[in-house]
Design a protein around this ligand. Sequence first.
Ligand SMILES: Cc1cc2nc3c(=O)[nH]c(=O)nc-3n(C[C@H](O)[C@H](O)[C@H](O)COP(=O)(O)OP(=O)(O)OC[C@H]3O[C@@H](n4cnc5c(N)ncnc54)[C@H](O)[C@@H]3O)c2cc1C
Length: 185
Amino acid sequence: MDKSLTADGSTFTAHKILFATESTGLIHQYQPDLNTDFCSTVNLYFTAATSPVRQPILLLNTKKSLVNNVTVLSDVADTYSASGNALISVTIVGINNDEISTLTQKVKTELTTWFGKAVESWELLKTYPVQYALPKVPSARHELPSIEFKIKENWYQCGDHLLYGSLNAAMRSGRLAAELIVREG
Ligand SMILES: Cc1cc2nc3c(=O)[nH]c(=O)nc-3n(C[C@H](O)[C@H](O)[C@H](O)COP(=O)(O)OP(=O)(O)OC[C@H]3O[C@@H](n4cnc5c(N)ncnc54)[C@H](O)[C@@H]3O)c2cc1C
């Protein structure tokens, strides 16, 4: 049986261990050659009297500028906003070193070209920088040889960093690793 240490110091003992951490997490100490490049993002949440979109969709900017995408979460489920106002999520790519007030103003100026002057009255609720948002992979992979899910006897790995950055890849890699574990019995 193998033992493995987690971030909070708990130890678990198991016949088989599947590491499902991001590439810079626990797995990295056992796989030093793993690609640990990643992309960062900043999320800004605004509230507004009315939704600028009124549809449960994600608006993806096809041009290279500050804002990457916008979605109005309260258009997806109105319970996401306790006040009845619109809850708007804005994502920018990379960690931005501007002061929050400067960044907010730049975002609002850009979104005024999308939605008009109503943007001026949007109120910033909260900003979240996400350092490790997605793994940066040289190219997306949809299949992997079984051997790449295996670290050593009874130790396995999965995660989006093995395929491409997304929930779909994370779940797919988890399924492929689980199938290997079952096959190996
Ligand atoms: C803001 C944002 C929006 C996103 N939106 C989408 C989207 O709309 N659609 C989509 O498909 N994908 C989206 N993604 C990407 C998606 O979240 C990831 O691709 C997915 O979560 C990766 O799953 P994972 O299981 O590989 O890794 P993670 O979800 O990163 O899970 C790894 C876990 O391992 C834990 N861990 C690491 N080290 C240790 C340790 N030593 N001990 C214990 N635990 C440890 C971490 O705390 C973490 O919980 C988004 C990501 C971000 C940041």
